[in-house]
Design a protein around this ligand. Structure first.
Ligand code: TRP
Ligand code: SF4
Length: 360
């Protein structure tokens, strides 16, 4: 199905996006952003704010999106995404996403979309929302356009997004079959994403209200994490427990030294330490990790113009690639040719064939 980035050629393009739906949290930092930062060292990366995607599930609340975009990009940059290495932009700034989505929609069988597992799941999970829209059903077509526009070969995503990447492959394959080899078939890059538990022990997620937001005050984080769920067997201080059954311990695993882990194991199983005492050791590491992030982030938030400049420069770079791909796509559809295109792309000669051959 999908693997790590191991076998991607060094010249491969990596594409991923994130929906701006509120404050980012520790799960985003450890599960997604650190992986993106590592990928930008090795590949040509395009990372974008998927603001149109928010509308597919939330057409009534788009106002919040505006505020979230800058805040999210501040977190990206604070985490180490580097606009000198990665192309960082906002989906809606590059209209080619919409054009390609429209064209891909023409060849995407309805059955593929109706069978998409996240389509069914989300309709159940987001029961309060009106999801009986064309946009929601077409979510994966827009996502396919996001990826194919940049000839993305690798798409770092969580396991829940794998069906969308698979659909993107299918759509690319169908396009290539119908119109000639044009689009690269991508695959999902599943990082060994660490398990990041939320405060209640379930997966950290905004929808569970159990997060550690990256912009939160340290004192608030410390207090909240001090109450984090532990092994239920340790109801009393004198009851021994087992770290393997303790959600908080998943964070110890990520943050603590081997010596500290030994201390936890011994203290927990013998009731030699209390849970708060135990968690404090881990919380100290979390706070130390977040402190420089918070500082960089605060700096960026004081300078929104700098963030806007990053997004503007990123959009310009993304647009150049996107326009080239669209020229290839239009040519493949037999609609290419001078005068058909608008704006800057018209000035550039058409590649007779795509510069990059699709990979099998
Ligand atoms: N659907 C993704 C999510 O909800 C976000 C996304 C949109 C995306 N377009 C993408 C991810 C393209 C990877 C590639 O998380
Ligand atoms: Fe978890 Fe530590 Fe409490 Fe054991 S002592 S249950 S590992 S918090």
């Amino acid at each position: 199905m999908s693997e790590g980035a191991g076998e991607l050629p060094a010249s491969a393009v990596v594409v991923s996006g994130m929906r701006p739906t509120g404050r980012l949290h520790l799960g985003h930092l450890l599960g997604t952003l650190r992986n993106w930062v590592a990928l930008q060292e090795r590949y040509r990366c395009f990372f974008f704010v998927a603001d149109w995607h928010v509308l597919t599930t939330d057409y009534e609340g788009p106002r919040e999106v505006e505020a979230s975009v800058r805040a999210m990009v501040a977190d990206w940059l604070a985490a180490g995404l580097d606009p000198e290495r990665s192309v960082i932009f906002r989906q809606s700034d590059v209209k080619e996403h919409a054009e390609l989505a429209l064209l891909l929609g023409m060849i995407t069988p309805l059955g593929w979309l109706e069978r998409n597992p996240t389509y069914k799941e989300q309709r159940e999970q987001l029961a309060g929302r009106d999801l009986s829209t064309f946009g929601f059903l077409g979510y994966p077509v827009l996502q396919a356009a996001d990826i194919l526009l940049y000839h993305g070969a690798g798409v770092p995503v969580g396991i829940d997004q794998v069906p969308h990447v698979e659909l993107t492959r299918e759509i690319a394959r169908r396009f290539n079959h119908l119109y000639g080899a044009t689009l690269v078939e991508p695959r999902a890059l599943l990082s060994e994403a660490p398990k990041v538990p939320g405060l209640d022990g379930r997966k950290m997620s905004k929808s569970y209200g159990n997060t550690v937001p990256l912009d939160e005050e340290p004192a608030v984080i410390e207090r909240a994490m001090g109450r984090m769920t532990t092994d239920p067997r340790r109801a009393r201080r004198t009851d021994p427990g087992d770290p393997e059954d303790c959600p908080a311990f998943d964070l110890h695993r990520l943050y603590c030294t081997p010596e500290e882990i030994d201390w936890v194991r011994r203290g927990c199983t013998t009731a030699g330490i209390g849970c708060l005492e135990c968690k404090q050791v881990m919380i100290r590491h979390v706070l130390a990790d977040l402190a420089p992030h918070r500082e960089r982030r605060a700096q960026l938030e004081r300078d929104p113009a700098a963030i806007d400049a990053v997004l503007a420069a990123g959009a310009a770079q993304a647009r150049r690639v996107a326009q080239e791909t669209m020229a290839q796509v239009r040519a493949a559809l037999g609609r290419g040719g001078a005068g058909r295109e608008e704006g800057g792309a018209a000035a550039r000669p058409h590649p007779a064939r795509p510069g990059r051959e699709p990979q099998a």
